[in-house]
Design a protein around this ligand. Structure first.
Ligand code: UD1
Ligand code: PEP
Length: 433
């Protein structure tokens, strides 16, 4: 059954919210977990759709997956009997490609369907495949499947032509049990790269330099058991930071690494929001309408593309003209038409959104085009005058755990109801007046 969010805008968010584990780190870590035959325990796992899809795919090849609770899982890869992941089991997610690197690294062969994920651009994986080939693997693409195999994997020097999160993690996975040294140059530096490297090292891998643009991996013979807790989700935290500012609220966002949020904090401060940093929390508040700025998405430590729709939504409500340049993905402005239906004034020219701030939005029936754009539209609904319904929330549920419940606990007026259920819609409207 498909659900939608119904939102009555106008309530400032107040209180505390606890951020979950990082989805994009967890996806790499779960794939890495199958590379040992010993049992691995992973904690602070976000309970979101992408993670559950990946866990099901991992089970489908025979690995033993034991849920110890909503945020903890035990994986044992000794029971794996197959190295083929078909399209049906992973078409909804992008990070299925990490199973290629993990299976190739462990068994020297893998067959994985070409990845899905959000439609935010053409999203080639040539750099992943270039990395596998450099390690000595043969790679063919046939009938929608990527087949890769090798007699032996040998370390090599790999220069990435583009800074790619996925290729960096995949090459770390494939090379950590290769013979000799692999060096990845022009590597991505995102916090989740460091987290996957730390997890692999906790299993006995020898990876140095993660978090810089040069990562050195000395191959080891085997990986062993580990217990590991995933870092907090930078993007979930950033989304609540923006929601607090957009609703002119005051929210303490707990279980975060403030350093990972700096690019977001700096921009919020620049436009007039108040951001206070604590050891593992940030507090964001705003009293007045905020100001304008220029933002360009860049690889870490630049402004994250996964926060682009949310910050653009905030700027759509701010004073003056802002520009948001999307430099990573060519198709990440699909939410602009939906925001326009709520009264925003945004013009897209190439990869630049020119935003003329408006004083308010009005509720409308809108559809989430992808994960982060969906979250941004919810933020718009929280601010808008009147009622907003957001459809296609399965996108949002790919990456946000209990998004509606966390927002409601902060004072938002929103609920998840079945799509086209007029009775539930009226019930909500009666309840909130
Ligand atoms: C599951 C996951 O972690 N997803 C994140 C990951 O996606 P993903 O790993 O797919 O993104 P990449 O960092 O690889 O992509 C960055 C850029 O490189 C290009 N590229 C990438 C690989 C390749 O082989 N060839 C190539 O040309 C892409 O088209 C894009 O323009 O990082 C993105 C950038 O921070 C985030 O928006 C996604 O949320
Ligand atoms: C775009 C994202 O995910 P994916 O790369 O899995 O589509 C995201 O997490 O914002």
């Amino acid at each position: 059954m498909e659900n939608q969010y119904i939102i009555k805008g106008g309530n400032p968010l107040h209180g505390e919210v606890v951020i979950g584990g990082a989805k994009n780190a967890a996806l790499g870590i779960l794939a890495a977990a199958i590379m040992t035959d010993e049992t691995v325990t992973i904690d602070n796992l976000p309970n979101v759709r992408d993670i559950n899809v990946l866990l099901t795919a991992i089970e489908s090849i025979g690995a033993t997956v034991k849920r110890l609770g909503p945020h903890e899982v035990q994986i044992n890869g000794s029971t794996i009997s197959d190295v083929t992941i078909d399209y049906d089991s992973i078409r909804k997610i992008r990070a299925s490609y990490y199973l290629l690197g993990a299976l190739l690294g462990k068994y020297k062969k893998a067959q994985v369907a070409l990845p899905g994920g959000c439609d935010i651009g053409s999203r080639p994986i040539d750099q992943h495949l270039k990395g596998f080939r450099a390690l000595g693997a043969t790679v063919n693409i046939e009938y929608g499947m990527i087949n890769t195999f090798a007699d032996a994997l040998m370390g090599n020097h790999i220069y990435l032509d583009v800074v790619s999160v996925g290729a960096t993690i995949n090459i770390m996975l494939a090379s950590c049990m290769a013979q000799g040294r692999t060096v990845i140059e022009n590597a991505a530096k995102e916090p989740h790269i460091v987290d996957v490297a730390n997890f692999l090292n906790s299993m006995g891998a020898n990876i140095k330099g993660a978090g810089t643009d040069k990562i050195r991996i000395d191959g080891v013979d085997r990986l062993h058991a580990s217990e590991y807790s995933i870092i907090p989700d930078q993007i979930e935290a950033g989304t609540f930071m923006v929601a607090a500012a957009a609703t002119k609220g005051d929210v303490l966002i707990r279980n975060v690494i403030p350093k990972h949020l700096e690019a977001i904090s700096v921009k919020l401060i620049e436009i007039g929001a108040k951001v206070e940093e604590f050891d593992d929390a940030v507090r964001v508040s705003a009293d007045d309408r905020l100001g304008h700025t220029q933002i360009k998405t860049l690889p870490y430590p630049g402004f994250p593309t996964d926060m682009q729709p949310q910050i653009a939504t905030l700027l759509a409500l701010s004073n003056g003209t802002s520009t948001v340049t999307e430099s990573i993905f060519e198709n990440r402005f699909k939410y602009v038409d939906e925001l326009a239906r709520m009264g925003a004034n945004i013009k897209v020219e190439g990869n630049v959104a020119i935003i003329e701030g408006v004083t308010g939005l009005t509720g409308a029936s809108i559809t989430a085009p992808d994960l982060r754009a969906g979250a941004a539209l919810v933020v718009a609904g929280l601010v808008a005058d009147g009622f907003t319904t957001v459809d296609s929330i399965h996108f949002i549920e790919r990456g946000y755990e209990d998004f509606d419940k966390k927002m409601t606990a902060l004072g938002a007026c929103m609920e998840k109801i079945p799509v086209d259920d007029e009775r539930e819609l009226q019930k909500f409207k009666m309840k909130v007046g």
